[in-house]
Design a protein around this ligand. Structure first.
Ligand code: SAM
Length: 277
C-alpha cells in the first residue's frame, strides 16, 4: 500500500525491459495513473502484465494548470497518484513541472522513480564531453525561432543536447551547420530500440548520412562545445581592427573578450590603441 502523494515514474523509451522493479511496483499499487494518452499507457500496462483496472486520468500540456489542482485534491482525499509520460522521464520535454511545483507549495508528498531518459542515454552514447551539458529541449519549428535559439547558444561553453523529429532533421542540420560551424556532433536515433543508431562526425558527414538514409524514428542531436580560440595579441588586434569597422567599440570589446575568453579591460585597452592609430 502506497502512502498518498505524487509518484513521478519513468517508463521505457523503447525497450520494455528498462522498466525498473520499483517503477512496476508503483504502477501496480498506485490508486490513480495520471498520463498523457491513456491508450498509450494502458498498452504499456498490458505489456508489463499490470492490471488496468484502476483510474487513468489525462494530464497533458494544455490542461496542466487546471488539472494540477484537481490531482492535488485527489491526493488530499487519500490517493496515491503515479505520473507517467507516453515514454521516458516525466517533466523532461513532457508535462509535470507545474504539478510538482504546486505539490511543493501545498506540502504534498512527492517522490521520483528514475529511469530511462533520451537526453541522458544519447549523451552517454555520443562520445562527446559529458562533464558539462545543457539540454535545450525541442528545436523550434519556425525558422526565426530556430535561428535565434542557435545564436543564443553558440558561444556557451557546454555540450548542447536537443530533441528533434525526423521530418525536421535535415533542415535543422542545415541551419545548425551555418551557425555552429565546424563542430563535432552526434545524432542518436531510436535509442534502446531495434534500429538504435548513433552517427558521429561534423555537420557535413551527418547531413550526407541522413541524405542517403531517410531520417526515421526519434532523434536526439548533440553538439560539442566551441573550441577555445587561442590567438596572439597581434591576431586579436587584427580581428579588433576589422570588427571596429563593422560595429561600436563597446560591442567589439564585449564580443571579442567573450569569444577569445580574454579580460575585457585588456581588449578595451587594445581597442583604444587602435582607435588612436
Ligand atoms: N520525456 C522523454 C524522455 O525522458 O526522454 C522525452 C519526451 S519528448 C515528448 C519525445 C522526444 O524525445 C522525441 O521526439 C525524441 O527527440 C526524444 N526521444 C524519446 N525517445 C527516444 C528514443 N528512443 N530515441 C531517440 N530519441 C528519443
Amino acid at each position: 500500500m502506497l502512502r498518498n502523494g505524487l509518484y513521478i515514474v519513468a517508463t521505457p523509451i523503447g525497450n520494455l525491459q528498462d522498466i525498473s522493479a520499483r517503477a512496476a511496483e508503483i504502477l501496480r499499487d498506485a490508486d490513480i495513473i495520471a498520463c498523457e494518452d491513456s491508450r498509450v499507457s494502458k498498452k504499456l500496462f498490458a505489456l508489463l502484465g499490470i492490471s488496468i483496472n484502476k483510474k487513468f486520468i489525462s494530464y497533458e500540456d494544455h490542461s496542466e494548470e487546471q488539472k494540477a489542482q484537481m490531482i492535488i485534491d485527489l491526493i488530499n482525499q487519500g490517493n496515491s497518484i503515479a505520473l507517467i509520460s507516453d515514454a521516458g522521464s516525466p517533466l523532461i520535454s513532457d508535462p509535470g513541472y507545474k504539478l510538482v511545483r504546486l505539490c511543493r507549495e501545498q506540502n504534498i508528498y512527492v517522490t521520483a522513480v528514475p529511469g530511462a531518459c533520451a537526453v541522458i542515454t544519447a549523451l552517454q552514447l555520443s562520445g562527446l564531453p559529458t562533464n558539462r551539458f545543457m539540454f535545450a529541449g525541442f528545436i523550434p519549428n519556425k525558422e526565426k525561432a530556430r535561428t535565434d535559439l542557435f545564436e543564443e547558444l553558440k558561444n556557451i561553453n557546454t555540450t548542447l543536447v536537443f530533441y528533434e523529429t525526423a521530418p525536421r532533421l535535415l533542415k535543422t542540420l542545415d541551419k545548425a551547420s551555418e551557425i555552429f560551424g565546424n563542430r563535432e556532433i552526434a545524432v542518436a536515433r531510436e535509442l534502446t530500440k531495434m534500429f538504435e543508431e548513433v552517427v558521429y562526425g561534423n555537420f557535413e558527414d551527418i547531413t550526407a548520412h541522413f541524405t542517403q538514409n531517410e531520417p526515421r524514428g526519434e532523434f536526439v542531436l548533440i553538439i560539442t562545445p566551441p573550441q577555445e580560440k587561442k590567438s596572439s595579441a597581434d591576431d586579436i588586434k587584427e580581428i579588433l581592427r576589422k570588427r571596429l569597422c563593422e560595429t561600436s567599440l563597446k560591442t567589439a570589446v564585449k564580443e571579442i573578450s567573450a569569444e577569445y575568453k580574454l579580460p575585457k579591460n585588456d581588449v578595451y585597452a587594445m581597442a583604444l590603441e587602435l582607435k588612436d592609430e
